[in-house]
Design a protein around this ligand. Structure first.
Ligand SMILES: Nc1ncnc2c1ncn2[C@@H]1O[C@H](COP(=O)(O)OP(=O)(O)OP(=O)(O)O)[C@@H](O)[C@H]1O
Ligand SMILES: [Mg+2]
Length: 388
């Protein structure tokens, strides 16, 4: 799939803008703060209903205006589709496909993109929650029913924590024990399903991450992934950076459920003392290894950057494999400035076979020649020049 036309109205620093996009590489250049990221953020929003920069949509509406409109013409196999979203201040947002209204949550079904931005460095350097979020977002994109599984797990977790807190105050009574058993079973059933899904996804991502990292850094560099599972940890109640509960490969829901139950049993005392749930997928991590060392805390800046990028490229590969409407559009925001010359050239080769790639850069020369075929210059929220 590719975007052939993008129109913005009162989106961020754009009053009104029209951009024609081509198949293959499209490069947006301009000085800092001119609107390059804003432009790709708009497309990212169409495919995820979210922004990689802000959690509130209000920031995306141009200052002083009441509504922002993002409209994109999508093309796939000689078919065209016009998707549109209107973000409103103080009233519900609206979505349209081919000028007919649709439910907002249906919008991501029509357009798929994978966006890499500087914020993604947190995938490597940041807290486990960011990596869990990365996996869960991809799970949902591939199987929307996981939205429900994740929401149910979180609800059960909150209720179980409430019970643990009140039992901590008064000591576990008979009726609370029965209630705890009920919550345990729900937590285990939902948690085991999530653990199986995440570990299968990691197994699917692994060869793609290895290949992506090699393609950027060279074949003497080896990236790897493992699952750090609190249900398998010796001491899940202790914060550790070690390999406690580290496992490669898929864990079936049945196997996860057995381990989950027995760890809950073993930790009941600690859970009651602390008043929180100490094991389960909400305490798991995706461990990133680079050349046999954990990437977090060991990898250099450029290596961390390359690893985060590899995770995104791998997710694009996994998505494109099952896509019926062609490749997801690959969006690379400010990637090239951070890489050395050889990694830049290698990255250009690695992304060459995607149907469409959108790239932003403050400095044109940072981007390899092959990716400059269609260059759009941006200045102060205006498209000033398009060129070959
Ligand atoms: N809601 C808004 N209304 C008006 N202007 C906004 C709004 N949100 C952001 N901006 C402006 O948009 C500009 C930032 O644009 P953007 O992040 O796209 O820059 P960029 O071209 O990607 O720059 P860099 O090279 O630094 O990444 C800032 O000047 C900011 O003040
Ligand atoms: Mg930017």
């Amino acid at each position: 799939m590719f975007v052939s036309q993008l129109s913005l109205t009162d989106f961020r620093n754009y009053g009104s803008a029209e951009v024609t996009l081509k198949k293959g590489a499209n490069l947006f250049v301009g000085r800092n703060g001119q609107g390059k990221t804003n432009l790709v953020e708009a497309l990212g929003y169409l495919s995820t209903l979210g922004s990689h920069r802000v959690s509130s949509e209000q920031a995306m509406i141009r200052q002083g205006q009441d509504a922002a409109i993002v409209r994109a013409r999508l093309e796939h196999a000689d078919r065209q589709l016009l998707v549109e979203v209107q973000l409103n201040r103080g009233s519900p947002n609206r979505a349209q496909v081919n000028r007919g209204p649709i439910k907002m949550r249906e919008l991501p079904r029509y357009f798929s993109s994978v966006l890499f931005a500087p914020e993604d460095l947190a995938l490597v350097r940041g807290e486990p929650s960011g990596r869990r979020g990365f996996l869960d977002e991809l799970l949902v994109l591939r199987a929307p029913r996981f939205t429900g599984v994740i929401a149910d797990y979180e609800r059960v977790l909150r209720q179980r924590n409430t019970l643990l807190r009140s039992a901590r105050a008064s000591g576990l009574r008979e009726n609370q024990l029965t209630t705890l058993e009920i919550w345990n079973e729900r937590l285990v059933a939902l948690g085991a399903e999530l653990i199986e899904a995440r570990t299968s996804l990691v197994a699917e991502l692994l060869p793609e991450v290895i290949a992506a990292y090699e393609s950027i850094a060279g074949d003497d560099h080896h990236a790897s992934l493992s699952n750090q599972l609190s249900i398998l940890a010796e001491h899940p109640d202790v914060e550790s950076d070690g390999a406690d509960g580290d496992r490669f490969g898929v864990i079936s829901a049945e196997e996860a459920a057995v381990a989950f139950r027995s760890t809950l049993e073993r930790l009941r005392r600690s859970e009651l003392d602390r008043g929180i749930t100490l094991v389960g997928p909400h305490r798991d991590d995706l461990v990133l290894h680079l050349n046999g060392m954990p990437a977090r805390g060991y990898a250099s800046h450029g290596e961390s950057w390359s690893f985060a990028l590899s995770l995104k490229l791998a997710s694009a590969e996994v998505l494109r494999r099952e896509a019926t409407a062609g490749d997801p559009v690959l969006i690379l925001d400010d990637v090239f400035a951070e890489l050395d010359r050889s990694r830049r050239d290698r990255l250009a080769t690695a992304v060459a076979d995607f149907e469409q790639v959108l790239i932003t850069a403050a400095v044109l020369e940072d981007v390899p020649q092959d990716l400059r075929a269609h260059t759009v210059h941006i200045s102060a929220g205006t498209i000033v020049e398009e060129g070959e």
